[in-house]
Design a protein around this ligand. Sequence first.
Ligand SMILES: Nc1nc2c(c(=O)[nH]1)N=C([C@H](O)[C@@H](O)CO)CN2
Length: 136
Amino acid sequence: MFHTESDVVFVKGLTVEAVIGVYAWERAITQPLLIDIALETDINAAAFSDDVNDALNYKAVCDDVREWCQDIKAQLLEYLAGQIADQLLTKYHCHKVTLSVAKPTAIKQADAVGVQITRYAKAIEDKPVVSKGNDA
Ligand SMILES: Nc1nc2c(c(=O)[nH]1)N=C([C@H](O)[C@@H](O)CO)CN2
């Protein structure tokens, strides 16, 4: 069967205050993070029912991402982005996550610096092949 639909639930410009950075002075303060998230998912059930229980709830995503950022206290944005993407794919019903995490105050001469990553849920094909009983 061909997939003809591509749906996204997104969050743009989520701000989180968290400990982030490699330098000693950064470990002693919090800095703002600016986060964009795109979760590729199937929105058909929610589009049909008009029930938030059928939706990938972006309020829950924002609350979780804020809590994870503040708990992780990462040194590198790369590490933080990887952890958030993995946790989103584990907790939420989505098959692809694109995520950017930026530090808007890190470099005086730049609007923002950061990383953007895309991660995919493990495909069913990745699971070990179970014998169908036809082996010799
Ligand atoms: N690719 C990265 N480079 C740098 C990072 C980072 O997280 N990823 N972090 C820093 C410092 O923490 C910096 O933000 C202090 O201004 C430097 N380079």
